[in-house]
Design a protein around this ligand. Structure first.
Ligand code: NAG
Ligand code: NAG
Ligand code: NAG
Length: 430
């Protein structure tokens, strides 16, 4: 009797040692490069056999075109746990019609159907829920170490649902707060935390994403994760599976509080990787634009005549002759827009994250546009959030979305500290 017991103790102590040193749940986080498509301003990761999936912070599932006509893939059963998860969030304007339909070959079997949603066109389709193979590289936060393939539940989608996505993209990797989103499936299959870090680059320079928690180092050995500020609580916004925080201390332009109508309740700030610029609800838009315009003049940041009419069809209202603005490490020298978040952190938007370059870069426009009816960055009806920060606002900033702690943390833009989201060393050690 004593021998097995002794053996058991040894096994337990090895596990305690191994688990403690391996961190979290023994697994290794996964890293992937993030490309920004010039034509669509969307961000992609090469996670489907090297083919790109579009990142969608508001998307609750992973979907892609299936390589066959439905004859050869194995569709999940309607009572599969992953089928239930696929129906936890419902796309806008899509009828509820149960979890699936009877199998044509076997009427005792119910085939699971999901509703893949295109965040750009707003279209929704129906597709079989299947298991697919996705891949990324394991990482120690410094380099990719080796490629990892894992099985994930995903929805098939017709080719027509790819409209508006980058050329070559085969679907969408939803990153939202859902059990079937890409980060949650990495967490379950790899034994890592349900937490991920996004460092979006731009058209010229790729960014990086790490799924399963940090750390993240630049190639020069500096830890980027060490620069993260305090945690900001994530809040629910209606039925949306996306990421929202509350700007409980208000909105600022160059440190001065923008006067807002507070009858709309707490200022919900959302995050979207599928809208290129910030979308601002009407009641916040006008005061923000006016405050920015006045601060531009007061600062003397611009000389008279630098403000030029916005080109026809442009979503922007405030545009400037870029050769009359001065350029700094933080982008154009313009007033800083700040969001005073619950928990004490401030999300500061400097020129690099506020000014959109248009017409061959001769013009720089304030990248906060008025939200249109229906622009709520995806899922969930009800009231629109006050602001949805877009891709431009998140670039060159390491942002960690931690579903386990239900918090978000960010470094603020890192260019001013001599770093960039393109600094990760993607060379695999020999
Ligand atoms: C893994 O890393 C290597 C080396 O950087 C890269 O060529 C490959 O595309 C990566 N694989 C994935 C799935 O990202
Ligand atoms: C922008 O400013 C430059 C330099 O002052 C000037 O030459 C150019 O004509 C201006 N462009 C526009 C569109 O006003
Ligand atoms: C990137 O990582 C590889 C493999 O560890 C190493 O040989 C190389 O020197 C690193 N590059 C830089 C710029 O540090």
């Amino acid at each position: 009797m004593s021998r097995p017991k002794h053996f058991f103790l040894v096994a337990v102590s090895i596990c305690i040692f191994a688990c403690a040193t391996a961190g979290d749940r023994g697994g290794q986080p996964l890293v992937t490069a993030i490309a920004k498509d010039a034509a669509t301003s969307l961000y992609t990761i090469p996670a489907k056999s090297g083919r790109p999936l579009v990142l969608d912070l508001s998307g609750p599932i992973v979907w892609s075109t299936c390589d066959d006509d439905g004859a050869s893939h194995d569709t999940l059963e309607c009572n599969d746990m992953d089928c239930m998860r696929a129906h936890r969030f419902h796309p806008p304007n899509c009828p509820h019609n149960g979890n699936g339909m009877p199998d044509a070959q076997n009427d005792h079997r119910c085939k699971c159907t999901a509703h893949p949603h295109n965040p750009v066109s707003g279209d929704t389709a129906s597709g079989d829920m299947v298991r697919v193979t996705l891949s990324a590289n394991a990482t120690d936060g410094k380099n990719p170490l080796h490629e990892v393939s894992f099985t994930a539940a995903a929805s098939c989608a017709p080719d027509s649902l790819l409209a508006g996505l980058p050329a070559g993209a085969v679907g969408v990797a939803g990153l939202a707060r859902s059990g079937l989103a890409f980060p949650a499936q990495v967490a379950r299959t790899q034994g890592v935390a349900n937490s991920f870090a996004l460092c979006l680059g731009n058209r010229e320079r790729a960014g990086v994403a790490i799924f399963g928690g940090g750390p993240l180092f630049a190639a020069n050995g500096r830890s980027i994760t060490d620069m993260l500020g305090g945690d900001t609580p994530l809040r629910k916004h209606g039925e949306s599976p996306g990421y929202y925080v509350t700007a409980s201390r208000g909105v600022f332009v160059d440190g001065a509080r923008v006067p807002l109508d507070d009858s709309y309740g707490p200022l919900a700030i959302g995050f979207s990787t599928t809208t290129p610029y910030a979308l601002v609800r009407r009641d916040v838009y006008r005061p923000l634009i006016d405050a920015f315009d006045r601060a531009m003049e007061r600062d003397g940041a611009i000389t008279a005549g630098a403000r030029i009419p916005s080109p026809a069809g442009s979503p922007f209202e405030l545009c400037y002759n870029s050769s009359r603005l001065s350029l700094t490490r933080f982008g154009y020298f313009v007033p800083t827009v700040g969001f005073g978040l619950e928990g004490g952190a401030s999300w500061a938007v400097q020129g690099i994250n506020s000014m959109a370059l248009v017409i061959g870069r001769r013009m720089a426009c304030f990248g906060f546009v008025e939200m249109k009816e229906g622009d709520k960055a995806g899922y969930g009806g009800g009231a629109a959030p006050a602001v949805v920060l877009g891709g431009l606002q998140m670039e060159e900033n390491l942002v960690v979305f931690d579903e386990e702690k239900r918090t978000m943390a960010f470094t603020g833009q890192i260019n001013g500290r001599g770093l960039s989201c393109s600094n990760f060393n993607f060379t695999m050690p020999a």
